[in-house]
Every structure is written in structure tokens, then in C-alpha cells.
Design a protein around this ligand. Structure first.
Ligand code: 5AD
Ligand code: SF4
Length: 466
């Protein structure tokens, strides 16, 4: 693969975009309200916060639903087929809404657009889409919208550029918790995964820019930050200053934000140095998302994961030794090409052996262009469905057992909202990452409250204030 260098978007380029934003906000035919629809991971959720930030800069107000908005933008995901189908279905449905609001502008961005051939497909099959752009072009939204408003044809811009844009305006979803992207892209090329093709090569943000952002968030009262990257453990690769992820965490720990989390970690890059930092830090939460993907060595090899079951379990042991009671979560795929019943049983047994607090479980979905998509022996749907059901049952049993370690213990909960079951209760996440519900009111939202866990009801931990 040809070498690709990160492209740092300059201050001048961003000033130019602000110029476009000012021009858009003065245009007669500009949309007055917007709605962002987000699919996929936290990285996309944070990208949507940036889209909102830029749209506000252009004088638009957020509309509560897509039916009320003049500008609807779909921030898409293509990691699995169902995410892609859902997005395309919803975009097409919006065509009907336009019959009622002829001024409606429909835009689509994100990973799906970055796939090979997608730009042509939109121009041919989805002509009603006014604007489409890829993940690397997000920072250019003001210019692209400016172009769309002056054109009666679709504007489609997809560049294969590994951009890093600092200081974009951000409209955060939550006031008490914030995302900070620390690195973009992925170089791992797991054989099933489309991400390296649509998010580009790994590139890390300047640590000083990250620290500045963290200090500003701390000063504005943010209580929790989530560091984002497809593979945060390889943060720093290619940076001249020599910073790595453990060192970045050490520096962030000194900022004083009460709670620091991060995701996602690749087991092969989880170093002893990082485990040591976790054990010593004050603010890094005792939780770890460590995708295992599979429990069988042969499948792990064909997935190009570059660790064995035993090596994975060894990292789990070390994490538990350094941070007793650490909350572990994972991602698992069933039905990878060629997966035999026996190999699947290895996945069931690793889930039982580790005892995860929660797991995201997926049926393998072939993605065009990836190595696994052209492997022989694709697994029939009914076999994969049966396996995921058994996996979910094993995980639920393990989860119950794992969660029971919290009963009787004290936890600090960052309250996220009223409980879904009762308006006299609130819920949020404890430091270990598990959700806890306890008596409270709206005024608790955004506060950190000390709680004693009293019982588990329908798989949810219940508590009382201390
Ligand atoms: N099919 C199913 N699951 C996938 N994931 C990534 N690619 C695929 C695919 N082709 C899962 C992995 C990853 C998570 C974000 O999505 O488990 O960790
Ligand atoms: Fe995909 Fe593997 Fe990269 Fe994760 S580490 S984004 S699964 S290629």
C-alpha cells in the first residue's frame, strides 16, 4: 500500500471555512433548522457534535425531529450491513418528507460514503441526495453547503485524505461528559473489517492540542472525558515528540478531570506500561473495553488479530492484578467464514472464563473489499443466528455472576438521566462502567453521587444514596 501522510488542516484553511459559514448564514435560501441522524460508534457521535457545531456557526437551530428540519444530515456507518441498510432506508424515506417541505436539503456523510464506488452510486441511484461527503471532508461542511445552495445538482465530494482538523466548533450532546478524539484511522486490517478502508491510515493528534482541550473541558466543569480512537493503544505512532498512549494518559491524569475513559484498545498493543499507568492513576476509571472477537486461535489467525487466546487471557490476568475488580467489556463476532461448531465453542468458553460485565455481540457481515469477504465457507444465516443466541445466553449468565460482585459495595455514579422505569429514580454509570439505578430527581443529572449497591433486579444494579 502506498505511503499516506497525515494532512494537517491549517489555520488559514479553517479561517476560509469560517468565511463560507458567514456567507451561508447571510444567504436567502439557506436552511433555518437542522437535524443530525447518527449511526454507528462513538467516533461518529463525536463527528456529529462537530457537524452540529458548524451548522450552528451557520446560524441554524437544531430541530427536534427530522420532519421539522430544513436540513437533515445522515452521519452513516458501514461496519455491518444492517447499519448501512438502515441508513439508506431512512434517507430514501426522507424523500417523501420533501414532498411536504420542498426546500428540504438532504445530506449524507460518514463511513458509508467513503466506500469505493459509493460516490458514483449516489449520483446514479440516489439523485435526490443534495450533498454527500466522506469522513476526511467533514471540516469542509460550510464550503460544501455553500456550494450545494448555489447548485441545482448534487454535490458529492469524497477524498482519500488522512486529515486532522483542530479547533472545529463542537456542539456537545452532554454538558457533564465529553469526547476527545486522540487518533484517527486504523492500520490493523483485521480481515473482516472495513474501517481501515473508510477511515484511512492511523494518525495521532498533537498531545499539546489534546491536553489543551482537556484543560478547557475541565475548566468548563466537565466531569468525564472519553478518549476516542479506533486503536488508542497505538497512539503516538509517527509523532515526532515521541509521546505514547501511557504517557498521554499520565499527563491527562494530572489535569484533574474526575473521570477518564478510553476506547477502543487492541489486545496486541496493550502494553505492560499501560497496565502500570492504570494501576497508579487517580482519575482513569477501573474499566477496560478489550475486544476479543473470537476464542479460537485458528479463527483469530484468519481474522488477522495477531494474538492467541492465551495471550489475550494473559492480558486479562495482568489487568485484574493491577486493577482489582476492573470492569471488562468486549466485542465478539460469530459466524466468521469457516467457523466450525467446535471453534464456536471456544468463543463460548472464553466468555465464561473471562466473565465480562457486558459484551457487544455481532453476526459476521461480509464487507466488500475486505479479505474475509472473499473467503470460502461463508456460514449460513440460520447457523450464525443459532450461535449468536447461544452466545448471548452465555454472556447474560456470565454478566449476572460478574455483576454480583458489586452488591454491597460503594460506587460513585455520574448521573445521566431519569430512570427509564420510574421518574422517582435516576441512573448512571459507576466507575467500573456498570449502570446503577437509585432514588433521585432531575436535579441529580450531571452530578457524581455516592451510592451503595443493594440488589440486582432484571439484570440492573439498584442502589441507595450514602
Ligand atoms: N461483521 C461483524 N462484526 C464486525 N465488526 C467489525 N467488522 C465487522 C463485520 N464485518 C465488529 C467488531 C468490532 C466492532 C466495532 O464491530 O467486533 O470490534
Ligand atoms: Fe477494524 Fe481491527 Fe481496526 Fe478495530 S482494530 S477498527 S476491528 S481493523
Amino acid at each position: 500500500m502506498a505511503e499516506r501522510k497525515p494532512v494537517h488542516i491549517t489555520k488559514e484553511q479553517l479561517a476560509e471555512q469560517r468565511g463560507y459559514a458567514a456567507e451561508v448564514s447571510a444567504m436567502e435560501n439557506r436552511p433555518r433548522s437542522y437535524h443530525v441522524v447518527t449511526y454507528g460508534c462513538q467516533m461518529n457521535a463525536h463527528d456529529s457534535e462537530k457537524l452540529s457545531g458548524m451548522l450552528r456557526q451557520m446560524g441554524m437551530e437544531e430541530a427536534p425531529t427530522r420532519e421539522d428540519a430544513d436540513f437533515v444530515i445522515f452521519n452513516t456507518c458501514c461496519v455491518r450491513d444492517n447499519a448501512e441498510r438502515r441508513a439508506l432506508g431512512n434517507v430514501t424515506w426522507l424523500k417523501e418528507v420533501r414532498k411536504k417541505n420542498p426546500n428540504l436539503i438532504i445530506a449524507v456523510c460518514g463511513c458509508m460514503i467513503q466506500q469505493p464506488g459509493m460516490a458514483e452510486k449516489i449520483l446514479k441511484q440516489y439523485k435526490f441526495i443534495d450533498l454527500a461527503f466522506g469522513t476526511s471532508n467533514l471540516w469542509r461542511l460550510p464550503e460544501l453547503l455553500h456550494r450545494t445552495l448555489r447548485s441545482d445538482r448534487s454535490v458529492v465530494v469524497v477524498e482519500e485524505e488522512d486529515s486532522i482538523a483542530e479547533d472545529l466548533p463542537v456542539q456537545r450532546l452532554r454538558q457533564d461528559a465529553a469526547y476527545i478524539t486522540i487518533m484517527y484511522g486504523c492500520d490493523n486490517f483485521c480481515s473482516y473489517c472495513i474501517v481501515p478502508y473508510v477511515r484511512g491510515r492511523e494518525r495521532s493528534r498533537d498531545p499539546e492540542a489534546i491536553l489543551r482541550e482537556a484543560r478547557e473541558l475541565h475548566a468548563s466543569g466537565v466531569k468525564e472525558i472519553m478518549l476516542l480512537g479506533q486503536n488508542v493503544n497505538s497512539y503516538g505512532k509517527g509523532l515526532e515528540c515521541g509521546m505514547n498512549f501511557p504517557e498521554l494518559l499520565r499527563r491527562l491524569d494530572e489535569v484533574g478531570i474526575p473521570r477518564i475513559r478510553f476506547m477502543t484498545s487492541h489486545p496486541k498493543d496493550l502494553s505492560d506500561e499501560l497496565i502500570e499507568v492504570l494501576g497508579q492513576s487517580k482519575h482513569i476509571l477501573p474499566q477496560f473495553h478489550l475486544p476479543v472477537q473470537h476464542g479460537n486461535d485458528e479463527i483469530l489467525r484468519r481474522m488477522n488479530r495477531r494474538y492467541t487466546r492465551e495471550q489475550y487471557l494473559d492480558k486479562v490476568r495482568k489487568l485484574r492484578q493491577a486493577v482489582p475488580g476492573i470492569g471488562l467489556t468486549t466485542d465478539i463476532i460469530v459466524g466468521f467464514p469457516g467457523e466450525t461448531e467446535e471453534q464456536f465453542l471456544d468463543t463460548l468458553s472464553i466468555v465464561e472464563e473471562v466473565g465480562y460485565d457486558s459484551a457487544f455481540t455481532f453476526i459476521y457481515s461480509p464487507r466488500t473489499g475486505t479479505v474475509a469477504a472473499s473467503m470460502e465457507d461463508q456460514i449460513p444465516e440460520d447457523v450464525a443466528t443459532d450461535r449468536i443466541k447461544r452466545l448471548i445466553a452465555a454472556q447474560e449468565a456470565g454478566q449476572k455472576k460478574a455483576m454480583s460482585r458489586f452488591i454491597g459495595s460503594e460506587e460513585e455514579v455520574l448521573v445521566e438521566g431519569l430512570s427509564r422505569r420510574s421518574d422517582k429514580a435516576v441512573s448512571g454509570h459507576g466507575r467500573h462502567g456498570v449502570s446503577i439505578t437509585f432514588p433521585g430527581t432531575e436535579s441529580d443529572i450531571g452530578q457524581i453521587v455516592r451510592v451503595r449497591v443493594t440488589e440486582m433486579k432484571n439484570n440492573t444494579l439498584m442502589g441507595e444514596r450514602i
